[in-house]
Design a protein around this ligand. Structure first.
Ligand SMILES: [Zn+2]
Length: 94
């Protein structure tokens, strides 16, 4: 997991952000061939996010990193195939 936290001013909605990749997913994001697993069409990359609390991200890690009550933007990439009208997460692609 790759984590980062930034203290933001009071006007900001989020207290930090996070990217979660396994090493394999990160490799794929950088070097992998982004083609549809169903039809082989080239996929379009979208960067999305979901809102998590710091305590959600601390779960499972022995060393709590985020302030539990902080609002964190958790980024995730999705890949869209316009031929199949389907989207895939990094974890779906190899
Ligand atoms: Zn497809």
């Amino acid at each position: 997991m790759v984590g980062m936290a930034i203290r933001a001013g009071d006007t900001m909605k989020y207290d930090g952000f996070n990217y979660s990749f396994t090493p394999k997913e990160l490799w794929f994001l950088l070097f992998g061939k982004k083609v549809c697993p169903r039809c082989g069409n080239v996929l379009v990359k979208h960067k999305g996010f979901r809102e998590l609390m710091g305590r959600d991200l601390n779960e499972g890690s022995g060393d709590p990193f985020f302030v539990p009550q902080s609002r964190i933007k958790d980024y995730e990439y999705t890949f869209y195939c316009d031929r199949c009208d389907a989207s895939f997460f990094l974890s779906d692609l190899r």
